[in-house]
Design a binder for this molecule. Structure first.
Ligand code: NAD
Length: 354
């Protein structure tokens, strides 16, 4: 069969090492020629923050970050970075900290060093997001791609286990959704496959023993690959639905992804049997979508969107907004009715297994 594709690999340095965050942040800043960072987040990595303060002239510290990057907070952060004359941004935290740093980078051009403390994967993408008037806007811009990512598995050890698992399922959603995203190609498919193969045992290991640093390493490694796959392939049906649920209905990001993923996979399974088989292979199950459903139960995802704040009254608007955003590349046909039906199933927590 002929192979033909158009793939862009994003340029980014990744420093991966347990117990090495502070050393690697210092190395990253020096290599960037930066010495006056603005620090974002850090609430769950106080020792690392102390070491950054000890070694660099930290020009400002935005300790409190808010999920989904409210536009007003973002504008304040951009102004602070400009006012204090920062030459870089170090973001230590989950997707919310990275997300705020990305807007600073977009509007100032400052380089970002991202130090993830969750499995959001935002650090691997050139996608920014911001919320204003209850609508989440996203875009891509090469300037927001963190120039360096510093992974240290000791920084995710402190995550409450449920939060860690939901976040890891969010990472898995990046890999799965990339399979039918607009720019899916053999390279990002390979990354997604390896990402899933790392995430699945990593998540099981993390649930079995939340203090297992090797499991955290595996989940972080899978998180990176899955984030790269999504950045390369673009966002698919799953992300478009979850963006609406987060941006308009303020549902919590990672648990929302954890609930919705098996429903989208089930929606697409028959229309894209190759992707379903790829997911199944990573999971070690006969079918991808039902395997995702079982995995979510096994590792402890929330049981339904109803459990995390979504209601029947929200379904129509959510379906309208999501349907308009779902890319044409989606393998199964999409309509207002089918998205509303999917959302109602997820709202109730229906079993997707065949
Ligand atoms: P988050 O950053 O809001 O963190 C979730 C919670 O975990 C917060 O209360 C935070 O304080 C806490 N936390 C973080 N690290 C911790 C640790 N090590 N120990 C204990 N608690 C810790 O949530 P998230 O799920 O990481 O990120 C969600 C945000 O990221 C959303 O806004 C989402 O849209 C965005 N996101 C963007 C992309 C992208 O490519 N642009 C990708 C994924 C997620």
């Amino acid at each position: 069969m002929e192979i033909r594709f158009d793939h862009t690999t994003l340029g980014q340095r990744v420093l991966f090492g347990t117990w090495a965050a502070a050393t690697n942040i210092a190395a990253a800043l020096r290599d960037l020629g930066a010495s006056r960072p603005l620090l974002v987040g850090g609430g769950h990595a106080s020792e690392v923050v102390d070491q950054v303060f000890a070694e660099f002239a930290v020009m400002g510290h935005i300790g409190e970050v808010v999920q989904h990057v409210p536009a007003e907070r973002a504008r304040e952060a951009v102004k602070l970075a400009q006012d204090v004359g920062a030459d870089s941004v170090v973001a230590i935290g989950g997707g919310s900290a990275t997300g705020l740093a990305k807007i600073i980078a977009r509007d100032t051009g400052l380089p970002v060093v991202a130090v993830p403390t969750t499995f959001s994967g935002s650090e691997a993408t050139d996608i920014w997001g911001m919320t204003e008037d209850e609508r989440k806007t996203t875009g891509t811009d090469f300037r927001v791609l963190p120039r360096v990512v510093v992974y240290d598995a000791t920084l995710t050890l402190g995550l409450p286990t449920d939060l860690a698992v939901h976040s890891g399922l969010n990472a898995l959603a990046h890999a799965v959704d990339s399979l039918w995203a607009p720019r899916a190609d053999p390279i990002n498919r390979a990354m997604a496959g390896e990402g899933m193969r790392a995430l699945v045992p990593g998540l099981r290991g993390l649930r079995a023993n939340p203090a297992d640093v090797r499991a955290h390493e595996q989940v972080l490694y899978g998180t990176y690959l899955s984030g790269v796959a999504l950045a390369s392939a673009g966002a698919g049906m799953h992300h478009k639905i979850c963006h609406v649920l987060g941006g308009t209905f303020n549902l919590p990001h990672a648990p929302t992804h954890a609930v919705v993923l098996p429903y989208v996979a089930a929606h697409n399974a028959d229309a894209d049997p190759d992707s379903d088989a790829g997911i199944a292979e990573a999971l070690g199950t006969p079918h991808g979508a039902s395997g995702l459903w079982d995995l979510a139960r096994e590792v402890g995802a929330p049981g339904s969107l109803g459990e995390i704040g979504f209601t029947e009254d929200d379904v129509d608007l959510a379906a309208e907004l999501a349907t308009a955003a779902i890319p044409e590349s989606n393998p199964a046909p999409v309509s207002h009715e089918s998205v509303a039906a999917l959302l109602r199933s997820a709202l109730r927590g229906d079993d997707v297994r065949r």
